[in-house]
Design a protein around this ligand. Sequence first.
Ligand code: ZN
Length: 212
Amino acid sequence: MPELDDVDARILGILVEDGRRSFREVARRAGITTPTVQARVKRMMDEGLIRKISPVFDVSKFKQGLVFHLYLRVNPAEIENIADKLEKNPEVRGIYLTTGENNLTLRVAVESLEQLQRFTETLSNDFGVRQNSSQMIVKIFKDDQPVLIRPGTGVELKCETCNGPISGKPFVLKVAGRERFFCCQTCLGKFRETYEPKLKGLAIAIESPSPR
Ligand SMILES: [Zn+2]
């Protein structure tokens, strides 16, 4: 499994504190060059490690509705499917697969108890989910992202072709300036076969595989 090195971890730590910092500012704080920061951030975005840089709200400053944790018991074979569908619901703010008798926890933001009621009805009618219990969140003291960034933190990359996890060194292909990652030569080959003709039409080149 690939790992974050010290430079990645330093860059991420600085960006987590303030995502508006320029590459130059990050470089100065991390004691590395601006092009290094640029290249590393680009790579981590290509790899999908950084999904987006977005504002973090102070929830206490917003007049908002009610936030609940719902603890559900779901047929294990159905979990992926249910999670996929729930993900599209704007009131669902978090979905967690957990250990224990209740195996799925949802964080739900609603305007009213009636809306919560409607939501739980949907869960039972559409997904056959029986809600076991719920708790209202009264105050949020801390709500950070659940990844502790430090050097050596393992990262899981997924293959562009088969979507399987990439164990060991990934096979890398540069397409239109963006790196794509594959689990094996075969998957890389399949990607080339599919996309190379299309990209040729657009005069966009696939660069030769590079070691990483
Ligand atoms: Zn693959």
